[in-house]
Each structure stands twice: as structure tokens, then as C-alpha cells.
Design a protein around this ligand. Sequence first.
Ligand code: ADP
Ligand code: MG
Length: 389
Amino acid sequence: MNIHEYQAKQLFRSYGIPAPEGRPAASAQEADRAARGLGGAGWVVKAQVHAGGRGKAGGVKLVKTLEDVAAASRDLLGGRLVTHQTGNAGLPVRNLLIERTYPIKRELYLSLIVDRGSERMTFIASAAGGMDIEAVAHESPEQILSVAIHPAAGLQANQCRRCAYALGLKGEQIKALTGIMQGMYRLFLEKDASQIEINPLIETEAGELLALDAKINFDDNAVAAHPDILALRDHEQEDAKENKAQQYGLNYITLDGTIGCMVNGAGLAMATMDLVKLKGGSPANFLDVGGGTNVEKVCEAFKLILSDGNVKAVLVNIFGGIVQCDIIASGILAAIKQVHVAVPVVVRLEGTNAEQGRALLNSTGLNLYAADDLTHAAEQVVALAEAAA
Ligand code: ADP
Ligand code: MG
């Protein structure tokens, strides 16, 4: 789960991580009031969306007058912001964060992630902050330092010093960075975060360190244990289809291809998507209907898949291990009739009573193809999607 920058900065402050004083605003008047309240001679108006890359996309506006605070706010509010992280539809801008502008000497990068390779929480530090860290990692990996934390020992002072040296910090700044890293480490553990990113962490002209941006992701499987974090959830920033899927216990991720996929089991779903790709098609989604599949779930899954206008054909790939294939086939037929599926559907059934299942599917006169194996099913669905496009 993601939260907004202004919420992340509030959490930062409560963990001793210095962040600029700022105020959220949902209208141009509120933005004006916020800027007046903050005082100073320059402000930044920041669109609050669950995505980075806002600066380059025009979602972070530096202004010098109160008139421009209001103008920038009117410009951003009510619209959608498209950044390289949002996809073409962008995300709605309902809230802004108004801050004073700070004199920036240097922009640094600091994040805390779980490194799956070493299975440890790992700090990533780079003096090349402010920009796309993926690009830095690609073009000049020597500018990035990773420091893995031993789970029993915890964060050590010498690890903080190593990061400080890599960031080119001196004297009091080393102490300040240690405080920031300890705060991030505690926040990560206490709130079950999965990622905390400060990009940029700035060094001001006066030599102070300040988190100018703040991004926190939380572990979806742990968030129920943290009502204070759950209360920060903004459904409007999330994919409506993914939210709907969650309600029905379906594991659904929107993608941008043309072939809808319905599969039981996450591993099988991944393999199915790989095969669709291999045969020249592109999946419109990842969808794991789970183990205890029933007609209701299959219906909801079809509805989800078909609510995506890009879908030209559907591939159903079910392995009947515990559930029998003929029962699944009747479920699929009932669902197709109920949901009025207009695009061709290729079904691959394997497992217990697979033949009976296929026979049922073949005797319907619907736009339905029962494939005899997965490779054929993938080839068939790719050809059907291409023919329909
Ligand atoms: P994003 O990562 O989504 O582009 P940031 O919060 O990192 O958004 O802002 C983009 C850039 O805008 C920063 O790298 C910084 O240069 C500038 N900026 C953001 N907030 C301030 C501020 N309070 N004062 C001065 N510059 C700012
Ligand atoms: Mg940023």
C-alpha cells in the first residue's frame, strides 16, 4: 500500500527525520492560506499522487508569489497527472502539498528496501540524487552504495558513517544522517514498510539535511495490523479493478496487453503469461482465481477481464487438481452465459476429468475453443486476438 508524500512526511517527523514544514491543500484558497501561514518568499506546490516523476511531469511547481500559488493550484487540482510511473491514464490530483522552497546545495538519494538477494533490509545511498535512481544504477553503478543490515545486529553506527562518506557529508552532518537512518530503520520495522525512499535528501546552503521528497510503501499483508496506516489509504489513487478483485479474493494485476488471462495458481498464471508472450501476444492482466474456484468467482473474474476495453480474447487455463475439470467447465459455461462474453474464449483444462470437461465446452455453439494443451491454447488465443484487432 502507498501513501501520499504529505502523509509520509508527517510520519518522518514523528520518527525524527527532518522534512520541510508543509500544509496539505484541497483548493486554491486553502493553498493560499497555507502559503501565507508558512511565510517566506517562495513556495512549492506539489501534486499529491501515488507516483514519482512528478517534477518532470509538471506536478511540482516552484512559485514566488501568492498569486502564482493560487494559479498553480488551480492548474493542478481536479486534473490528472501523467508521469512515467502512472501509465497513460495518469492519477487524479485531489490534494496538494504546499511547502516553502529551500535553497538546495546538493540533492542526495537515500532509501531503505528489502534486498531479496541477500534477504536483508538494505540502505541504498547515492550522491547522485534528485534524478531517476534506476538511470543512475544503469549508467554509473559505482555511484551507488548498498549497505545490508544483519537482522540480529541491527543498524550499526559504522554503517551510517559509510553511507555518510559515500554522500560526501562531514562533521555534524554525519550525526544528522545517522539520526535519519535510525529513524527510517525504526519506522520500517514498526510500521511494516516494504520501502522508504527519500529522493532527494537535500543538503541546504546552510549544510542541513532535509527530506524534500518522501515515499513509503507498506507491506499489504501486514497493513491490517496497523489501523493508523490503513486510515491513510486513498482508494482513488489505486486501480479500481484491483480493488474490486480484492473483494472477491482474486489476485488481479492490470497490464497493458490484449489477451485476458484467467488461471488458477500464481505460478501457473506466470507460466501462462510467459507462454502468451513467447507466442507473440501480450497479456492484459495477471489473474489468479485461487484454489477454491467456484462459479461466482469465475463470473467476477470474467467481469473484471472484460471491463478492460483492450481485451480482444481470453485465455482460461485451469488445472483441475482438487476440483474436477467437468465441474470447472460447467462453471465456465454458466459464467459466460451470465456475463455475456462477446470476445472469443480459449480454455485449456487439464487434470481430473479433463476429457469430460472438454466435451462439455465443445458442445455449446458459443465462441469457445477447448484446447488440448497449453502451447496450442496460447497459439490459438494469440491468433484470435490478432484477428480481432
Ligand atoms: P518527484 O520525485 O515526484 O519528481 P520531488 O518531490 O522529488 O518530486 O520534487 C522534484 C524536484 O523539485 C526536487 O528534486 C527538487 O529539486 C524540487 N523541489 C521539491 N520540493 C522542493 C522545495 N520544498 N524546495 C525547493 N525545491 C523543491
Ligand atoms: Mg522525488
